[in-house]
Design a protein around this ligand. Sequence first.
Ligand code: SAH
Ligand code: SF4
Length: 370
Amino acid sequence: MVQSGEMSKSKIQPSGCFEPAYDGDGRLDIKSLNQEEITKQILAMGQQKFRAKQVFDWINKGVENFDEMTNIPRSLIEELKKKCYISVAHIEKKQVSLYDGTVKYLFKMNDGEYVESVLMKYHHGYSLCISTQVGCKMGCTFCATGKGGFTRNLTPSEMICQIEKAQKDSEIRISNIVLMGMGEPLDNFYNVVRFIQLVTSDNGLNIGVRHISLSTCGLVPRIYELSEYNFGLTLSVSLHAPNNILRSNTMPVNKKYPIEELLAACRYYAEKTKRRISFEYAMISNVNDMDECAHELGKKLKGMLCHVNLIPVNNVVETDYRKSSKDRLESFVKILEKYSVTATIRRTLGSDIDASCGQLRGKHISKGGV
Ligand code: SAH
Ligand code: SF4
C-alpha cells in the first residue's frame, strides 16, 4: 500500500545530478556523455555537427582509443586526446568455473583500480554482474567488499566497459545486467542512473530495462528517488534479517534506515512501478536462519508484491559465518509460504572461483598485486 501521497512526496528529495568525471590530467570522461553532450563538446572544438555523430558512433562501437576513429581528421583526434579520455577495462585476471562455466573477471581501470564482474549463463541467455564502486562504504559484516573499505565511485563509462570487455572476450551477447557486484549502486546514484540511460539506449548496448536488476542494501531516500524514474528495472533489496536487532548487527546501514522505513520504501516502489521487489536473504547458520526468523519475516512481507531469494551465505575469510543446512533453507521456504510469501533457494554459480563479490580483488590486493 502506498502511504499518503503527501508523505511519500516529501521523502523524494533529489540528492544531486550527473556530473562528468575528469582524469588526473584534467581530461573529460567522454564515454559517460550522451549524444547531446558529446555534440556540445565537439561543436565547442569548432567542428561541424556530423563529426559529433561520428565520434558518438565510435564511442558506442566500443573503441578503446581515439586512433581507432578512422574517419576522423588527425587534427580532431589530437584535440580529443588532449581534452578527453576513453575508459577501458583491462582484463587483469580471469577465472572460469569448471562446474558451470561461470567466468569471473578482475578488471583494471584506467587509474589502476581493480573491480570484478561475473558472467553467468542461464537458459535465457548471458547475464553479467557488474561493479558500481571500487569498494563500498556500507561495511556489511558478511561481505568481502565491505571489509576492504571504499576507494571511489565508478563512472557510467566504467560500468559499460565491464560489459563490452566481457562480451568481446567471451564472444557472446550479454542480455541481462545485474548491478550486484562490488559497491552500493544507490550510493553512486547519478552515475548509475546515467549508466542505465546509456546502456538501454538504441545507440548504445540496447539492453532492455526489464533485463536489468539493481541490488541495494537499503538507502531509503534513494529508493524513493529511483521510483520516480520508473525505469521498470527489478529492484533487489538485501534484507538478510527480519528485525532491527539482527539486521543492525550485520548491516550498519540499518541503524540509519531501520527495517520499517526500508519496507515502506519498498512498498512504495512496488506500487509506483508495478514491479515485484526481490528480497535477498543470505542464510547464515544460527544467526538468521531459525524458524522464528522466517515467521517474523513472513509477517512483515505478507501482502507485498515481492519474492524472497534465499542464498546460503558464502564463506568469507575473517568471519565465522557458516552456510545454513539444506534442511534449514527448505524449512524457511515452507514457513514463508504459510504467509503467502514466495521464496526460492538460489542456485549458486561459480562456487569454485571465489564466488562472493570482492573476494578476487581482495586476494589480488593481499598478494601484492596492486
Ligand atoms: N551493495 C549492494 C549490491 C552489491 S552486494 C547490496 O548490498 O545489495 C550483492 C549481494 O551480495 C547483496 O545481496 C549482498 O548482501 C550479497 N552478499 C555479500 N556478501 C555475501 C556473502 N558472503 N554471502 C552471500 N551473499 C553475500
Ligand atoms: Fe556494500 Fe553490498 Fe557488500 Fe554491504 S553487501 S558491504 S552494501 S557491497
